[in-house]
Design a binder for this molecule. Structure first.
Ligand SMILES: [Ca+2]
Length: 449
């Protein structure tokens, strides 16, 4: 597929659609990582561990089938992408160990059009270099339809203390995480020109440029656990207190071709959840020979969340609309500005079809009674040692999963998305554990995460 774009298309210069001679696109990708790990034994009782991983990640031609690799694909870069961790461990006495740590995870991902494709906003070249899609052949050329930039950033602190005596092993700790997710979008001409078998048909307008940020104010947890052994019985008990709070952070987006400048205040408590997560485990040495154990556990795992819910309800969100386009002057550029009269010279886009309040704000509202999804997992099993192997003879497992189910549109107004609300529904399940959910919220070992 070859597109004659020229170095810098000017108004009136026709951007020819692909000639149909498709070539296979190459999506070249590269990851480089520079890692440093240091351990410093500061004194016989104090140790400092440090870890730094700097990543360099690039993607040369991200595209879908039908996209012209040279013009409609886009690149990924990670100009700031690193993970750090610092942990101090101190053996205060032979029974008491404390540790404290700091970590961060920053991954700025920038997507760009191929070199020379993105044009300066408002210039004739910017109007001329709109993305083009033929709805019959699904070919996309001239530019990609929009360019997003993602900035996810997370910082966290952890600290714990362990105390071990003859029959007890006690541990407690605190974890704090904060961060944000920012997204920006832009597009040439703020629209994509659509064709039917090569004939101008419509445009899909966008509310670009925009940016929004969702902030995880805190993901704060405190936990305490004890493992108590008495003769053949071992009991593990613990509890986590988890307080998650996130918001839409106030931000301003500049005016675009089809949307005015937009400014929104901070919207807090998306969500504001305080939950407990009790854990219980019992193991009994059936015959007192340390070879056969009866095990039971009952644990609650709260779903791990960051800014996903805040993102769903951010008043600033992407909007598109399809409007009729007739290329009156036959220059293959969709002319038309807000307020113009359709089919008058210079007004090729039927802006009367534009939804009211297009792209100004999303009307989704959050139901503050929404509760945190969680899993309750029960395990019952017998473990027997067959020298020298260990065999798990049987395990019964049941799970109650309280989760978000469905998003229902309960109200629809002209030209705006319906108001979406989430509802909770309890549904018992006897299927396999949702590993993704559980591993995000709490690995089986201990309460630390
Ligand atoms: Ca035109």
């Amino acid at each position: 597929m070859v597109v004659d774009l020229g170095a810098d298309p000017q108004p009136g210069e026709r951007l020819r659609p692909p000639d149909g001679q498709a070539e296979q696109g190459l999506d070249d990708q590269q990851i480089k990582s520079a890692m440093l790990r240091l351990t410093w034994q500061m004194s016989p009782k104090n140790k400092l561990g440090m870890y730094y991983d700097r990543l360099y990640k690039t993607r040369g031609h991200d595209m879908l089938a039908g996209y012209d690799p040279a013009t409609a694909s886009f690149t990924w870069r990670s100009p700031v992408y690193y993970t750090t961790q610092i942990k101090w461990t101190s053996t205060v006495t032979n029974k008491l160990v404390i540790d404290a740590g700091y970590g961060s995870n920053v991954n700025v991902t920038v997507q760009n059009m191929q070199e020379g494709i993105e044009k300066e906003r408002g210039t004739p070249a910017w109007y001329a270099a709109a993305s083009r899609l033929d709805r019959d052949s699904s070919l996309v050329w001239a530019a990609t339809d929009n360019i997003p930039t993602f900035v996810p950033t997370k910082y966290y602190l952890t600290s714990s203390a362990s105390y071990v005596t003859g029959s007890h092993s006690i541990k407690s700790g605190v974890q704090f995480g904060t961060g944000w997710f920012e997204q920006r979008q832009d597009a040439n001409a703020d629209l994509q020109q659509n064709y039917r078998s090569g004939v101008p048909d419509s445009v899909v307008i966008r509310n670009t440029p925009f940016r929004y940020r969702d902030t995880m104010n805190h993901d704060l947890s405190f936990y305490a656990q004890d493992s108590w052994t008495h003769e053949r019985l071992t009991v593990n008990g613990g509890i986590r207190f988890e307080w998650l709070k996130a918001e839409n952070t106030a931000l301003t987006s500049g005016a675009g071709r089809f949307a005015p400048a937009r400014s929104f205040p901070t919207v807090p408590n998306l969500p504001d959840w305080f939950d407990l997560a009790p854990r219980l485990g019992v193991a009994y040495d059936l015959f007192g020979n340390a070879k056969t154990a009866l095990k039971f556990s009952l644990n609650r795992y709260n779903d791990s969340r960051t800014t996903g819910i805040a993102g769903m309800y951010n008043p600033m969100s992407q909007a598109t609309a399809r409007l009729t386009w007739r290329d009156l002057n036959n220059d293959d550029i969709a002319q038309g500005e807000l307020g113009c009269t359709y089919l008058q010279p210079g007004c090729e886009i039927n802006l009367a079809q534009m939804p009211a309040n297009f792209g100004i704000r999303s009307l989704r509202t959050y139901d503050p009674s929404t509760q945190r999804p969680y899993n309750v997992i029960a395990n019952l099993g017998v473990q027997h040692q067959l020298l020298p192997m260990t065999a798990q003879l049987s395990t019964l497992r049941s799970e109650v999963d309280k989760a978000f189910v469905g998003i229902k549109s309960v109200q629809r107004e002209e030209g705006v998305v319906g108001i979406l609300r989430e509802r909770l529904q309890e549904r018992p399940r006897r299927t396999a554990v949702r590993e993704t959910s559980r591993s995000e919220s709490a690995p089986p070992a201990g309460l630390e995460t």
